[in-house]
Ligand binder design. Structure first.
Ligand code: ZN
Length: 108
């Protein structure tokens, strides 16, 4: 009986976490370079980013620019954007370079 209860709690927790991310997910993203709005973007793994509740990213269908949206504490979002720009400068491709060298791609 204890196990069933634990499993239900975990399911609830996963559902709550998913609902929270869904609530944070923007309806669309707007390209900073050409102002094209698009809805085809994915969730970024933001677990290694302190203060970030959710992060989303995609590629502009018009010009190929990487477009990102971070949700979280104001300072954390600013730091995440700077870290991202540093990573993009070094990598120049979609994905995120984490400190341990692993590459995290977008999840859809
Ligand atoms: Zn664009």
């Amino acid at each position: 009986m204890g196990q069933a209860k634990t499993r239900g709690t975990q399911d609830q927790r996963i559902a709550q976490a998913k609902a929270k991310v869904d609530a944070l997910r923007p309806a669309k993203m707007v390209c900073g370079a050409c102002k094209t709005s698009f809805t085809d973007f994915g969730l970024i793994d933001a677990r290694g980013m302190p203060g970030i509740h959710a992060a989303f990213g995609g590629v502009c269908p018009s010009c190929g620019e990487t477009v990102l949206a971070f949700s979280g504490d104001k300072d954390a979002v600013a730091n995440a954007m700077i870290a991202w720009q540093d990573a993009m400068g070094a990598e120049g491709k979609l994905g995120m370079q984490s400190r341990d060298g692993s590459h995290k791609f977008f999840e859809n």
